[in-house]
Each structure stands twice: as structure tokens, then as C-alpha cells.
Ligand binder design. Structure first.
Ligand SMILES: Nc1nc2c(ncn2[C@@H]2O[C@H](COP(=O)(O)OP(=O)(O)OP(=O)(O)O)[C@@H](O)[C@H]2O)c(=O)[nH]1
Length: 280
């Protein structure tokens, strides 16, 4: 896989500052960038969201404008045409199971150790991966696991083509809640959405309370692929995202004479490969 990374602004900024009609106003209020916070009281409107779409010919600077807005910098001489095939992948699961860490591991190859900062509402990042030499852009939505944000995240389910549903192998309650998450998914998501169950924090073997077999059994019951991951060590993180990207790409672009793709078989074959070679 040859990843080409991009990032985009976090829409939760707009949700936190509902009076901003456009993104620039939201940017001004972002204290991370050293700007002065708004003097008026911030009211949090869970229902409010908006999308801004940049349109224009290839090469006019849409991506650069977005990077400048999001990161406050300009990346000269780095033109790479935005790819035409893209999918939305959403991360779901209880608070603290490791959704943000999984995304950061996949996007930046790093682990967010230390103090835990719960996601507010929803955040998103883009990453382009090569699937069978086709560039596929994954827009990955990182949702807040906390109950109080549920009404915000429900609104996004229907736009997702794939869902990565996480539990923490050291937390019985996060595993027990998977059935409730699957009920919500069936209620709010598209019928043909790709779902994958992930048992995260597989590096924490001494604190494990959910056996791998329990995860496998639950996944079989719901007919979804399963693997254990670790955002800390990186085990199976790329495999999870790549398997989903491959499944979505094959559904969308099937070349003549190309063998059909089966996500379960692909995952099993890749797991065998990595275990026999001792990779990751
Ligand atoms: N050992 C270990 N710790 C992890 C792993 N993934 C996440 N963590 C830790 O678990 C805590 C929660 O991680 P987050 O990624 O913020 O959890 P989250 O699911 O995004 O939580 P919400 O934003 O509240 O929904 C953090 O302290 C992480 O450092 C992992 O694979 N291994």
C-alpha cells in the first residue's frame, strides 16, 4: 500500500460555534491556532451542522485552500490530483475503546499515549490508499462514544459506506454493548453498509477480559468480519482499513475477468501471511 495523506477541518468546530455562517469564522475561534476565543457565551447546538463544498477546475487550489484553512500552512509544489473514487468509513464503539487512536495510527503511524481526551461530536480525516493500483480516498469519521453525543452521530450513519465497530478487549461492558451498537447500525445505517468488528488494545494481554474466541463468535453470529487490533503497536490496523477499502472498491469498480472479492477470505489470508512471517 502506498498511502498519500490528506487532512480536513473538523466539523465539530462548526457545531461548537453555531453562529459562524462560514468556515473562516469558525477558524477564528480556534484557540489551538493561537486565536482569541470568542467573548460571547458558547452555546452547544447538537443538531446544527453544515457542509461547505469546494468546487472548481483541477489545479485551481481547492485542496491548498482547505489545508491553509485547516492547518494554517501552504504546501508548495505538492500538487497531486484528488482522486475520483472515495468512500466514507465511520468508527463506532463505546468511549475510550480507542477509535481516535486507531485513526491516528492509520493516518499518521503514531500512537496517542497519555491522557485520554474524549472526542466531541465527530471529527474526520482523509487518507488515500492504493487498492490494486487504483487510488481510493477514505474519509474516516471518528465519532464520540459518549452517550450524550449519540443524536449527533446518528445523523452521519446513513452517509457511511463502511463501519468499523470497536470494543476494548480489557473492557467487558464495551464488548457487551456491541449488540446495542449493531441494533443502532441496523436502524440508522444503509442496508448494505460494510461492517467490521474490531477488538482493540490487543497489546494489553495481561488485562484482557474478552477472549479472542468470544469476539470471533459474536462476529460469526452477525456475519461480519473480525480481527483484533492494537492502535499502540499497529497490529492489524492497516489491514482493517485496507480490507474495507478493497471491499468497497470491488463493489464500485469490477474489472472484467477480475475475480470477485470476499472480505472474510482476504482477512484470513492476510492474517495467515502476517503470522507466518512474524510481521507486525
Ligand atoms: N494499550 C493501548 N491503549 C490504547 C489503545 N488504543 C487506545 N488506547 C488508549 O485508550 C484511551 C482511549 O483512546 P481513544 O482513542 O481516545 O478512545 P475513543 O474510543 O476515541 O474515545 P471517545 O472519543 O470518547 O469515543 C487512551 O488513553 C489511549 O491511549 C491500544 O491499542 N492499546
Amino acid at each position: 500500500m502506498d498511502p498519500v495523506s490528506e487532512s480536513q477541518s473538523a466539523p465539530d468546530r462548526e457545531m461548537l460555534y453555531p453562529d459562524s455562517a462560514y468556515g473562516s469564522s469558525a477558524m477564528d475561534t480556534d484557540t489551538d491556532d493561537g486565536h482569541t476565543p470568542p467573548t460571547k457565551a458558547i452555546t452547544y447546538d447538537e443538531e446544527l451542522m453544515h457542509k461547505t463544498i469546494l468546487v472548481g477546475d483541477s489545479g485551481v487550489g481547492k485542496t491548498s485552500l482547505l489545508v491553509q484553512f485547516d492547518q494554517g500552512k501552504f504546501i508548495p509544489g505538492s500538487f497531486s490530483a484528488t482522486v475520483g473514487i472515495g468512500f466514507t468509513v465511520m468508527l463506532l464503539g463505546d468511549s475510550a475503546v480507542g477509535k481516535t487512536c486507531l485513526l491516528v495510527r492509520f493516518k499518521d503511524g503514531a500512537f496517542l499515549a497519555g491522557s485520554f481526551i474524549a472526542t466531541v461530536g465527530i471529527d474526520f480525516r482523509n487518507k488515500v490508499v492504493a487498492v490494486d493500483s487504483v487510488k481510493v480516498k477514505l474519509q474516516i469519521w471518528d465519532t464520540a462514544g459518549q452517550e450524550r453525543f449519540r443524536s449527533v452521530t446518528h445523523a452521519y450513519y446513513r452517509d457511511a459506506q463502511a463501519l468499523l465497530l470497536l470494543y476494548d478487549i480489557t473492557s467487558r461492558s464495551s464488548f457487551d454493548n456491541i449488540r446495542a451498537w449493531l441494533t443502532e447500525i441496523h436502524e440508522y445505517a444503509q442496508q448494505d453498509v460494510v461492517i467490521m468488528l474490531l477488538g482493540n488494545k490487543s497489546d494489553m494481554s495481561s488485562e484482557r477480559v474478552i477472549k479472542r474466541e468470544e469476539g470471533e463468535k459474536l462476529a460469526r453470529e452477525y456475519g461480519v468480519p473480525f480481527m483484533e487490533t492494537s492502535a499502540k503497536t499497529g497490529v492489524n490496523v492497516e489491514l482493517a482499513f485496507l480490507a474495507v477499502a478493497k471491499e468497497l472498491k470491488h463493489r464500485c469498480v469490477q474489472q472484467p475477468n477480475e475475480p470477485s472479492f470476499h472480505i472474510h477470505d482476504y482477512i484470513e489470508s492476510q492474517k495467515k501471511k502476517t503470522s507466518c512471517c512474524g510481521f507486525m
